[in-house]
Structure formats: C-alpha cells, structure tokens
Design a protein around this ligand. Structure first.
Ligand code: GAR
Length: 211
C-alpha cells in the first residue's frame, strides 16, 4: 500500500555495510514510512552501503576527510550537500564519525542515530562488544537525536534484546540488528508525522490522532 501522507526528504549517512539503510529503503519503497531518501552519503568509498543505495536508485556522495584541510571544512561540505539536497532529516546508520559543528547547528533536533546498546550504557563504536564483555543479561537498541556528545542526545525509542549464554559479538549483533530494522523505520515515521517533540532534553511522542 502506498501512503497518501506527504513525504519528507531524508539523507542517510553510513560508513559500513548499510543493512539499516536497506531496511529504511525497503520501508520507504513499500510506503510503510512517508519518506524519500534523497541522498546516501559516506565517509568511506568502500562502504557497501553505497552499493545498496545504487541498487535502490538513490543518489550517493562520498566525502573523504583527507580531501579537506580541516575537520571543520569536512563538516561544512557535508552540511552544504545536505542543505542543497533539501534534506529535512539526517539519519545516521552505522556512520562511524562524530557529527560536527556545522551539521549539528544547521540540523538541530533533525539528526537521528541508532546505537546497538541501551544508552547511556555502552556508548561509542563497540557497543555490542562492550555490553558482552561487561556480562549484561539484557542489551538492546537505542534511537536518539544527536547532540554534541558521544551518543548522549535525547532518546526517541529503546527496545531490550536478551543476551544468551554462549553469545559472541556476531550472534548478539544479529539479534540486535533484527530489532534495529524495525525500530529505525518506526522512529523515522514518527518524525515524518511530526510526532516527536524535544522538551527539556527528553523526547515526547505525540499520540496519533486515531489512537
Ligand atoms: C548498527 O548495528 C548500528 O547500531 C551501529 O552500527 C551498525 C551498522 O550496521 N552503530 C554504532 O555502533 C554507532 N555507534 P549497518 O551498516 O549494517 O546498518
């Protein structure tokens, strides 16, 4: 079923495999979420996310930090690209760089990230491994708005994922991925419907009119 809702324009930033991008692209194509992915942007020319984007006929851009004189210049170039594409929401999906000043200030409360742990526990680039090494019995998935900190922004959605005896990083990450593919499209849909309000560092989800 193709939705009648007005579509918003989003960009997905990805550094790696892009399986979350794949889930979002499929949800967009099926009309499950009212978005058009205007751009997939990467900092890594080898990212398989770029191949996935091309398969879905989504324009791609790659920005190498080594091509820029400074981190500020790199972030400004990305911010300019996102603005030029008319992007309303920036979606980080396995984007392994901190999002810098110019992007943050231009897209305040309009940048989302997904993290493979229950924040504020286990932030950073190895959330799955760190949770496993700590010995938690429950980990999970967090979708949050991005602020200047490392995985510190207002939390939009969270869901727990059990950790089983005998799990290794791969088996736990696979279980976490299955939740991510459901939670990220839902968070994007709530944003597109104008149902996420950031108030005092918290996100309030406005109930749907028919709820
Ligand atoms: C996802 O599990 C995401 O939560 C994680 O990277 C993976 C990307 O997978 N992100 C972070 O760890 C951010 N700190 P994908 O490229 O297959 O979507």
């Amino acid at each position: 079923m193709v939705s009648e809702e007005k579509k918003i324009r989003i960009a997905v930033l990805a550094s790696g495999s892009g399986t979350n991008l794949e889930a979002i692209a499929r949800a967009a194509e099926s009309g499950e979420i009212p978005v058009e992915i205007s751009l997939v942007l990467s900092d890594n020319p080898q990212a398989y996310a770029l191949v996935r984007a091309e398969k879905h006929n989504i324009p791609t851009k790659c920005f190498l930090i080594s091509d820029f004189p400074s981190r500020e210049a790199f972030d400004k170039a990305i911010a300019d690209e996102l603005s030029a594409a008319g992007v309303e929401l920036v979606v980080l999906a396995g984007y392994m760089k901190l999002v810098g000043g110019e992007i943050l200030s231009r897209f305040k409360n309009r940048i989302m990230n997904i993290h493979p742990a229950l924040l504020p526990s286990f932030p950073g680039t190895h959330g799955v491994r760190d949770a496993l090494e700590y010995g938690v019995k429950v980990s999970g998935v967090t979708v949050h708005f991005v602020d200047e900190g490392l995985d510190t922004g207002p939390i939009i959605l969270q869901e727990a994922v059990p950790v089983y005896d005998g799990d290794d990083e791969e088996t736990l990450h696979q279980r976490i991925h299955q939740v991510e593919y459901r939670l990220y499209p839902l968070a994007i849909k709530l944003f597109a419907q104008g149902r996420l309000k950031v108030e005092g560092g918290r996100v309030r989800i406005i109930p749907a009119e028919d709820e």
